[in-house]
Write a protein that binds this ligand. Structure first.
Ligand SMILES: Nc1ncnc2c1ncn2[C@@H]1O[C@H](COP(=O)(O)OP(=O)(O)OP(=O)(O)O)[C@@H](O)[C@H]1O
Length: 488
């Protein structure tokens, strides 16, 4: 739809946009991102014919922009500018109707029923029909933005150029506007080129993203390729972190504030234990990965609760019941990782390890009456579940990548299975050595300071410490459990 070939352009003979070459496909959304002053608006002005290139060419539907008359170009391209102030006191309907001007016919330039219909449809689409007769001057910034979008859509353009379209819009209207554009793009094969400052909007909605830096192409491609922390950090000179969207296969970019942090130490974590709960309290938030009922998955927490429940505990909504329990402590469930167990908490094994530059605190409670061999559990009938859980807590100093968290979980699980083997805990159904119980949980909590670790496999210093600590704590917990229940 649009071909940009070795394009250079700017003001007063000085280039701002330098030697750009790329294509924009029909029926797609292309986002232009880049820091302030990187030439985004200048590029947009050249695409819509407002600014002539110093060299190179822009082809629209195969024809140079300079060969189009202003009216012909207005029939193809609609523009939603960045600062669209209106000094005239038009009504909303009149402003939207201006979008139809290129289609007015006859000497008197009168509108047709089709023009009226398009004005109405565009107002409905953008949700501005309620204030159709109000003055544009009396609207809020966000409302005005939607009116101007309605005007652009009324033009039935093939190409829509948007300069920061979500500026002024609240969260709901940002999403509505982008969803609406996506609809138009898919339904009417509209081609959208949008300057976006919000990297996450660009990631969620664009098919292609151009990253400009100092007027030059730094990168162009799918959002998944452009939303790269290193690439963006270099261009924006800001600390960023790429995360995966929890529900869509789209990356998100999180800002990382440059705040000064106190040094986090494992020895500052304090354990308060009773028959009812083991509560580890940290003066700082720790990054967690866990399979816990409360605060499972990745998160940040400062409180870690291993709660004892009766072996007949049965609740339809254990999550809500547990949250209510935490509030009664009182503990904030949003800052907590919470597990439960029917095992006796006084049987817990707690171990500290400081070795090879690794500092780690581990704790485990262990009930093994429901021991299972993971390789043989397929032989079990549904519902053959007894009570018994091994809950493992690992607190460590270090900066773990996501993959290191996963590795740490694997290492801990292998060490747990090894302890069960050495204590000859058997799966009562298959008679083979158990690898765990059917309801085990594990939490890894890390200070995320100091040495960065991208691997925590069994022969790394961290992996060795985890394996050793888990083997010892699970073993201690089993020994204590056996002392009290000699036949198990
Ligand atoms: N009319 C003009 N005359 C002279 N220089 C200009 C003009 N418009 C923009 N510039 C300069 O061109 C450079 C790029 O500006 P441009 O508006 O294209 O950047 P941008 O990437 O859109 O920035 P922003 O994110 O701040 O909107 C800036 O240094 C700016 O000062």
């Amino acid at each position: 739809m649009i071909q940009i070939q070795q394009l250079t352009g700017g003001y007063d003979g000085k280039p701002v946009v330098k030697d750009l070459s790329f294509s924009i496909e029909k029926g797609k959304i292309t986002g232009i991102i880049g820091p302030n002053g990187s030439g985004k608006t200048t590029l947009m002005k050249m695409i819509n014919g407002m600014l002539s290139p110093q060299s190179g060419e822009i082809l629209i539907k195969g024809i140079p922009v300079s060969s189009y008359s202003a009216k012909d170009l207005a029939r193809i391209i609609a523009v939603l500018p960045q600062h669209a102030e209106s000094s005239f006191d038009f009504t909303v309907r009149e402003v939207v109707a201006l979008g139809r001007y290129p289609f007015y016919k006859g000497l008197l330039k009168q509108s047709s029923p089709k023009d009226e219909e398009m004005v109405q449809r565009s107002m409905e689409f953008t949700g501005v029909q309620h204030f159709a007769e109000k003055s544009i001057q009396s609207l809020s910034g966000g409302e005005r933005q939607r009116v101007l979008l309605a005007k652009a859509l009324a033009q039935e353009p093939e190409i829509l150029l948007l300069d920061e379209p979500t500026n002024h819009l609240d969260l709901s209207y940002q999403m509505k506007l982008m969803d609406l554009l996506k609809d138009w793009v898919q339904g009417c094969q509209l081609t959208v080129v949008a300057i976006l400052h919000d990297l996450n909007i660009a990631s969620l909605y664009c098919d292609q993203v151009l990253l400009l830096d100092g007027g030059k192409e730094k990168a162009i491609g799918k959002p998944g390729d452009i939303m790269d922390s290193n690439l963006l950090e270099g261009v924006y000179d800001t600390k960023l972190s790429r995360q995966e969207h929890p529900q869509k296969p789209k990356p998100l970019i999180a800002l990382v504030p440059a705040e000064r942090e106190e040094q986090k130490k494992i020895e500052d974590i304090k354990l308060q234990a009773s028959n009812e709960s083991m509560v580890f309290r940290s003066p700082y938030f720790l990054k967690t990965m866990s399979s816990a009922l409360i605060g499972g998955g990745f998160g940040w927490a400062n409180t870690f609760v291993n709660r004892h429940v009766d072996r007949n505990y049965n609740c339809d909504d254990a999550h809500s019941e547990y949250e209510a329990y935490l509030r009664s402590l009182p503990v904030n469930p949003n800052e907590t990782v919470g597990m439960m167990t029917a095992a006796r908490l006084e049987d817990a094994g707690v171990v500290s390890i400081e070795k090879e530059g690794i500092k780690l605190l581990a704790a485990a409670t262990s009930g093994t009456s429901n021991a299972v061999d993971a390789a043989q559990s397929w032989q079990r009938k549904a519902g053959s579940v007894a009570v018994g859980t091994i809950n493992i807590w690992l607190f460590l100093e270090g900066q773990l990548t996501d993959e290191a968290f996963v590795q740490a979980m694997m290492t801990a699980t292998e060490a747990k299975a090894s302890a069960l083997r050495d204590y000859e805990i058997k799966d009562p159904i298959s008679g083979t050595m158990a690898t765990g119980t059917s309801t085990d949980s594990l939490c890894i909590a890390s200070t995320q300071q100091g040495k960065r670790m991208s691997y925590a496999g069994t022969i790394t210093p961290m992996g060795k410490a985890i394996g050793h600590a888990v083997y010892q704590t699970v073993g201690k917990a089993i020994e204590n459990y056996r002392k009290r229940m000699p036949r198990s």
